[in-house]
Design a protein around this ligand. Structure first.
Ligand code: G3H
Ligand code: ZN
Length: 296
């Protein structure tokens, strides 16, 4: 029987590696991610767990039930540790809908709210998850965040105003204690999206301090465009899950554009979209290799 996501996260903490979290909007994205993870698993002779994320927008486009069915068909039919997360959900109702659908984890994103409101709704999500765990025996993880790191997996000219203020260890501890979350996403230097002027370095010392004081697994958002050493330092310091989205979106768009330009008379979706799936596979494979500390 497959381990639970909670067990995989514990294992990642013990091994000093991180689990990759990649967003999807469609089936091509899911294929690319699964293929990349499976390729690495086959190479190292060990199953590499992976988390599929859908934001509210991605979920709306792909369909809540469809996303759940797609991920579960891979998990059940191939016995592969692929998990599903409701990424950056902005209300208790949208978090609840994903818990009710059967998601493995949920993120309440209250980064733009006042601290009190963020704590209140996060706690409501945690309480609901606990109730469902008790009634069903399923496991559900709840993550929340503190500190605004910009919104949107897109291309940005510069770091958005107000983003990137680092989370202090004391605030982190108070927030984790007040909410009872399973996973915590602090602001430690990364910003959502690809920043043309470059991303700041990750403050690994801060990651270490927050990991020690909060005593819950930490999640790094805004992974696209970070330098390899930022990932390795952050993971060594206590990051257990890393989120990547914009890099996949950019690769998808570039490959679709290229395929259409180069084959003006081609109308078969499978032919036009295969390079995009392969590009996603390659990014996921390389990122997972890095996150899992596997040297060539
Ligand atoms: O939740 C999604 C991520 O934090 C993605 O960030 O677009 O910078 O890779 P990214
Ligand atoms: Zn994020």
């Amino acid at each position: 029987m497959l381990k639970t996501l909670r067990e995989y996260i514990k294992e990642a903490e013990q091994k000093g590696v991180a689990i990759g979290h990649f967003n999807i909007s469609n089936l091509e994205g899911l294929h690319g991610i699964y293929n990349g993870a499976k390729k690495l698993s086959t190479e190292i002779g060990e199953l590499v767990p992976v988390i599929i994320g859908v934001s509210e927008g991605e979920e709306k486009f792909a369909g809540l039930e469809m996303v759940y069915d797609m991920v579960h068909s891979i998990r059940d039919e191939h016995d592969y540790p692929i998990f599903l997360n409701a990424d950056h959900h902005s209300s208790f109702e949208s978090v609840k809908a994903c818990i009710d659908e059967g998601f493995d984890m949920v993120i309440f994103d209250g980064a733009k709210l006042s601290l009190d409101e963020n704590i209140k709704i996060t706690k409501q999500c945690v309480d609901y998850a606990h109730e469902v765990i008790k009634n069903t025996g399923r496991d559900i993880l709840v993550e929340a965040e503190l500190g605004f790191i910009g919104s949107g997996s897109d291309i940005k000219e510069v770091i958005p105003e107000g983003a990137g203020i680092l989370t202090t260890p004391v605030d982190a501890k108070n927030f984790v204690d007040a909410t009872g979350i399973d996973l915590f996403a602090p602001s430690v230097g990364s910003i959502h999206g690809l920043i043309k002027s470059g991303k700041p370095h990750i403050n690994a010392d801060l990651v270490r301090e927050i990991a020690e004081i909060t005593n819950v697994p930490l999640v790094l958002h805004g992974g696209s465009g970070l330098r390899d050493e930022d990932f390795t330092n952050a993971i060594k310091a206590g990051i257990s899950i890393v989120h990547i989205n914009s890099e996949l979106r950019l690769a998808y768009r570039d490959e679709v554009e290229k395929a259409i330009d180069q084959n003006p008379n081609e109308i078969t979706p499978a032919k036009l979209l295969t390079p995009a799936v392969e590009a996603i596979e390659s990014i996921v494979y390389n990122r997972l290799k890095l996150f899992n500390n596997i040297t060539p």
